[in-house]
Design a protein around this ligand. Structure first.
Ligand SMILES: [Zn+2]
Length: 197
């Protein structure tokens, strides 16, 4: 179970159907429609009540102790929303909590400070420490998957290289192999592995 991000806005006035349609289009067109969640052709702005609206983002929450979601997108959205809805109030939080926090420049700056210091590493480094050290970056790779009882898959956050550790040996997965493995999930491990240096 993951924690999804929730974003709501209080607008100065109730939005007309035309405004909802146009501003929803702008959100997708400017920030990328893939960053928003849509129930079969619905708009990215949904009315909760009166002048309170949901912005249906499609990312996990990002914050201290849960450095998972797409903060770069969220902070850009938080800069965009006041331009799209002048005078609006922005609320942000995770769907695990009832209370959302008010987003202002101070909030964005403080979260930026956290993000630029640790990025996603506290979240990615959960689980047992992985003993695979990336030969390029000299940092431990983060384990994120298992390929059988005695085999793990890990990934270096710095360069993106993935490693397959099995029977005491570490293999570096090439880009093509990563694509093969993750685009065809049920494919057996029949690709050629290249030993890491
Ligand atoms: Zn690396």
């Amino acid at each position: 179970m993951g924690i999804d991000a929730e974003v709501k806005i209080f607008t100065k006035n109730k939005l007309t159907p035309d405004e909802i349609r146009e501003k929803s289009f702008r959100l997708g067109a400017v920030l990328g429609a893939e960053n928003f969640f849509s129930h079969s052709n619905s708009f990215f702005i949904t009315q909760e009540k009166d002048n309170l609206y949901n912005i249906v983002v499609s990312t996990r929450y990002y914050g201290p102790d849960y450095e998972r979601g797409n903060w770069i997108f969220l902070r850009t959205l938080f800069e965009f929303l006041p331009r799209l809805f002048p005078g609006c109030t922005i609320l942000y939080g995770g769907d695990h909590e009832d209370a959302l926090e008010k987003v202002d420049q101070n909030f964005i700056r403080e979260m930026d400070n956290h993000f630029f210091r640790v990025g996603h590493e506290p979240y990615r480094a959960y689980g047992k420490p992985n003993k695979v050290i990336c030969p390029l970056c000299k940092h431990p790779a983060n384990e994120f998957g298992w390929a059988g009882m005695t085999s793990t898959i890990s990934r270096c956050s710095g360069c993106g290289t993935m490693f397959h550790e099995t029977q005491g040996k570490v293999w570096k997965l090439s880009y093509v192999e990563q694509r093969t493995k993750f685009e065809i999930p049920n494919r057996p491990y029949d690709f050629t592995l290249e030993p890491s240096p």
